[in-house]
Every structure is written in structure tokens, then in C-alpha cells.
Design a protein around this ligand. Structure first.
Ligand code: FA5
Length: 340
């Protein structure tokens, strides 16, 4: 029996040592120390052992029992420690590794130009006004001296929601809305930036684009004020060397009217492809507010005068950044947008 105990000891120590997971240890515990375990069986068989051997066998078997219990617990702790170390290795965070790069957003070039324009005109004493993008036919055309059937509607006719409501084709309706609200107060000095919509679509014309409207109404406002304001704007926007040129034009809501050009920013007036070899680039329409528009908005044209202008923001941004296709602003390609 003593030999058997010795053999059991050798075998149990070996198998405990070789165990690789806690489940195996549980099985070994049952195998040796459980109710029907091999050591338990020896202890239970004491009655059948020779009388003189009983104390020794009992002592050895009990010692082995205690020893194995200890070994199993020790092995269990070792395995747990190993498991923890492995897990740590797997999940280890190396703070020196480069991070996952992510794209940082930035302002769209149209927003940047819009903000720059606002700053310039706010510096000249204008306030920012707003109007709805979905607008009445009345403010878009009629109050601007463009009655139904007037051919000037063709140039700007837009997307109609109903026969009387449309997506505004320009920011000029804000002129009337502001004057209606402010009259008879003077002076009126506002800019109105925002989205406008037209049935256009090519490299320089988009169905949705941005304009900024300007309006100044007061006693004694003259064409010289308009010219001076636009000259300051052009120099602040494009540099001190910048000149402007006014050409006679026609808008139903201004009289007289002008198209305003700046000297070509690409060739500085020398003549190139961008300016079609004229040295000038058209950037906006302007003029003295038509007496009919003043009257319909609540001001007396015998008493006050005003000037107004409207420019395309995309056009300004294209000139400023040398972009030759307006559609690039709207495709949201970060390779293009991240350059600004
Ligand atoms: C007007 O829209 C007038 N409301 C401007 C005005 C205001 C005149 C106040 C007098 C007094 P026009 O249709 O020319 O005018 O447009 C003004 C500018 O908008 C153009 O010079 C151009 O820069 C820009 N523009 C016009 N159509 C488009 C388009 N489809 N896409 C991008 N920009 C455009």
C-alpha cells in the first residue's frame, strides 16, 4: 500500500504540474481527492489494512492529501497569473504608436469668402440682413419693378413652388423687405448674403449659388457713393492695386444701372484667357435704386435716394482662388476643399 501511495504521489504531482487550465485542475482534484477519488479510496480502505501498517498508511495518505490540495491551489494561482499576463500582453496599449489619423474639418471656401465680404461691408457701416430662400413672386419680381410678363423675368426665372411662390433667383427681394420694415427710418445700410436659385448649369453658372446684396438709402445718396463703396470693397478684397470699371447696364430695379468689373486678377489687367483678353472681369450688378422700388417700399423718391448692388460670391471665390469650374465648390471632394 505504501508503494501504491508513493506511485500515486509521483503520478499526481506530474499530472498537476502538466495541467494547462483550471478545468483540468478541477478534474484532478476530483480524481484524487473527490468522494470517489483515489486518495479518498485509500483512506476509506483503512479497515482492511494490516493493523501494524494502519498508522503509517493513514499518515502518508493524509499527508499526500494535504500536499495535493496545496499543489492544486498553487497551480491554480500560477495558471491565473499566466492567464492575466497573456491577456495584458494581448491588450497592451503602446502609447508611442502613431494614432489613427482622422480628417479635420475646415471652412468651405464660399463660407470664408462670405465672411470676408461681411467683414469688409460691416467695416463700412453696413448691417447684415436676411430674407427667406423660398420667396413670394411679389418680392422677387413685382416690388422690384418687374411686372408679370416683363421680359427681364426670363433672365432669372427660377424654380416655382406655386405660381406665386418660388426659390428666390437673387438676393434683391431683401432690399424691399428691409425697406418695408424700416421706413420711414433713415439711413438704411444693409448687406444681405445668402443662397439663390436659377435654371442655370455650366462651368460658371450653378443652379444654386450665393449672392450678397448691398443697399444704402438716405437723403443725398449719389452714384459717387456707390462707386466709392465698391472701389473700397475691391481694394480690400483683392489688394491695393485693384481698380474697378463701371459699364452702363440695365436692371429694372435700378436707374441708372451698371455692370461692375475689376481689373483681371490673373493678369493684372494685361489681358489673358480668363478675362478674354480684355483685362477686366465682371463681378456684380449695381445702380441707383429705382424710384418705383423706393415708392413701393414706403420711401418718397423725391426726398431720398439709394444705391444697390448684388454680387455672386462663387464668382469672387473663383477669382480669389483661381478656380475655373464652379461645380468644384459643391462636389465636396476634400482633395479640393482641403487646399483652402
Ligand atoms: C442680379 O442678380 C441682380 N439682382 C444684381 C443687382 C442687385 C443689380 C442690386 C442691381 C442692384 P445678375 O443676374 O447679373 O444680377 O447676377 C449677379 C451676379 O450673380 C453675377 O454677376 C454673377 O457673378 C452671379 N451669378 C449669376 N448667375 C449665376 C449662376 N447661375 N451661378 C453663379 N453665379 C451667378
Amino acid at each position: 500500500m505504501l508503494k501504491k501511495i508513493e506511485e500515486l504521489e509521483r503520478q499526481a504531482k506530474e499530472t498537476i504540474k502538466a495541467a494547462t487550465d483550471p478545468k483540468a485542475l478541477d478534474d484532478l482534484k476530483i480524481r484524487y481527492l473527490g468522494k470517489r477519488g483515489e486518495i479518498t479510496a485509500i483512506l476509506r480502505s483503512m479497515g482492511q489494512q494490516p493493523e501494524d501498517m494502519k498508522p503509517l498508511i493513514g499518515q502518508k495518505a493524509n499527508e499526500l492529501k494535504d500536499q495535493l490540495e496545496g499543489l492544486i491551489e498553487q497551480k491554480r494561482q500560477e495558471l491565473e497569473e499566466l492567464h492575466r499576463a497573456q491577456k495584458w500582453e494581448e491588450e497592451k496599449l503602446d502609447v508611442t504608436l502613431p494614432g489613427t489619423p482622422f480628417l479635420v474639418g475646415r471652412k468651405h471656401p464660399i463660407t470664408t469668402v462670405m465672411e470676408e465680404l461681411k467683414d469688409i461691408f460691416i467695416g463700412l457701416g453696413f448691417q447684415v440682413a436676411e430674407g427667406p430662400e423660398v420667396e413670394w413672386d411679389y418680392y422677387s419680381f413685382e416690388a422690384l419693378n418687374i411686372p408679370v410678363e416683363h421680359p427681364a423675368r426670363d433672365m432669372q426665372d427660377s424654380f416655382y413652388i406655386t405660381s406665386k411662390i418660388l426659390l428666390r433667383p437673387h438676393t434683391s427681394p431683401v432690399q424691399v423687405r428691409v425697406m418695408e420694415e424700416k421706413q420711414p427710418e433713415l439711413p438704411v445700410r444693409i448687406i444681405a448674403p445668402g443662397k439663390v436659385f436659377r435654371r442655370d448649369d455650366d462651368a460658371t453658372h450653378s443652379p444654386m449659388f450665393h449672392q450678397i446684396e448691398g443697399l444704402a438709402v438716405d437723403r443725398g445718396i449719389t452714384f459717387a457713393h456707390l462707386k466709392g463703396t465698391l472701389q473700397v470693397f475691391a481694394r480690400e478684397m483683392f489688394g491695393e492695386q485693384q481698380n474697378i470699371r463701371l459699364r452702363p447696364s440695365y436692371f429694372p430695379f435700378t436707374e441708372p444701372s451698371a455692370e461692375v468689373d475689376i481689373s483681371c486678377v490673373m493678369c493684372e489687367g494685361e489681358g489673358c484667357r480668363t478675362c478674354e483678353h480684355t483685362g477686366w472681369l465682371e463681378i456684380l450688378g449695381a445702380g441707383m435704386v429705382h424710384p418705383n422700388v423706393l415708392k413701393i417700399s414706403g420711401y418718397d423718391p423725391a426726398e431720398v435716394t439709394g444705391f444697390a448692388f448684388g454680387m455672386g460670391i462663387e464668382r469672387i471665390a473663383m477669382l480669389k482662388y483661381g478656380i475655373d469650374d464652379i461645380r468644384l465648390f459643391y462636389v465636396n471632394d476634400h482633395r479640393m476643399l482641403s487646399q483652402f
